[in-house]
Design a protein around this ligand. Structure first.
Ligand code: IPE
Ligand code: IPE
Ligand code: MG
Length: 238
């Protein structure tokens, strides 16, 4: 990778294509998810080495509950194992972990594991790693509106005083800069209810590689493409 390149501060990834990756190899879909979990571990390390400061990955959407029970169970078990092994390692490697999404719907033991990891890594100063579990951007916005509405009802807040910053601060990503680059693997070109508010001005990058096959080279290609984009934020060319 060219040394002169601008490294995006925050990269968000829709990790898609696990099932198709497995199907192509005549393996069960869950084998694709297991391989995908290994990819996450490697990409987090690569992103850190490349100087990316925040990495957010979409692991399980609010819509993914509609998959067969056996697949949901397998995904939750994978997350459980991931919390115990890989993420414990992150904690030692100065990674700051945050889970975004509605955690209240997850099994109690998973909620405890998440709370422990978030607490144990809160003062780490390395890459910020956000994992979206039971995350849906519409659900996140609905929760934000509810919390603002409560403040208005209690008289603590005037409706006229609601600002964009206030909305950002009530989202699960509060305090984290908006993604500069959003990558979706697996060939589909859609957002699937991910970070709708935060990606207002993110550069979008779609690649055909299935998530289990994604690697540092592919991440570098995405960063390279990002470097060829001109971000205008509604203004004029410089
Ligand atoms: C992404 O891979 C992982 C999750 C959504 C949990 P998929 O499971 O969606 O894989 P495809 O899209 O069916 O190939
Ligand atoms: C998006 O992938 C969700 C995650 C990667 C966790 P999906 O496979 O669920 O999205 P759709 O169904 O193709 O839109
Ligand atoms: Mg998919």
């Amino acid at each position: 990778m060219n040394k002169e390149q601008k490294i995006p501060v925050h990269v968000a990834i829709i990790m898609d294509g696990n099932g198709r990756w497995a199907k192509k190899r005549a393996l069960p879909r869950t084998a694709g998810h297991a391989q995908g979990a290994r990819t996450v571990e490697q990409i987090l390390e690569d992103a850190d080495h490349m100087g990316i400061r925040y990495l957010t990955v979409y692991a399980f959407s609010t819509e993914n509950w509609s998959r067969p029970d056996s697949e949901v169970k397998a995904l939750m078990n994978l997350l459980r194992t991931y919390m115990k092994t890989s993420l414990q390692k992150c904690a030692r490697n100065n990674v700051r972990i945050r889970v975004i999404g509605d955690k209240s719907k997850l099994d109690k033991d998973l909620q405890i594991a998440i709370a422990d990891l978030e607490r144990d890594t809160a003062s780490n100063t390395g890459i910020g790693f956000q994992i979206a579990i039971n995350y849906g951007a519409r659900d996140e916005l609905a929760r934000s509106v509810r919390s603002i509405a409560q403040k208005i009802r209690s008289g603590e807040l005037d409706p006229e005083a609601v600002t964009e910053e206030m909305i950002s601060d009530t989202l699960d990503t509060a305090g984290i800069p908006d993604p500069d680059l959003l990558i979706r693997t697996g060939g589909e070109q859609r957002i699937s209810n991910f970070l709708l508010w935060q990606t207002a001005y993110s550069e979008l990058y779609f690649c055909d590689v299935a998530w289990p096959d994604f690697n540092r080279k592919e991440l570098e290609k995405a960063v390279d493409a990002y470097n060829h984009r001109e971000r205008r934020y509604g203004g004029l060319m410089q």
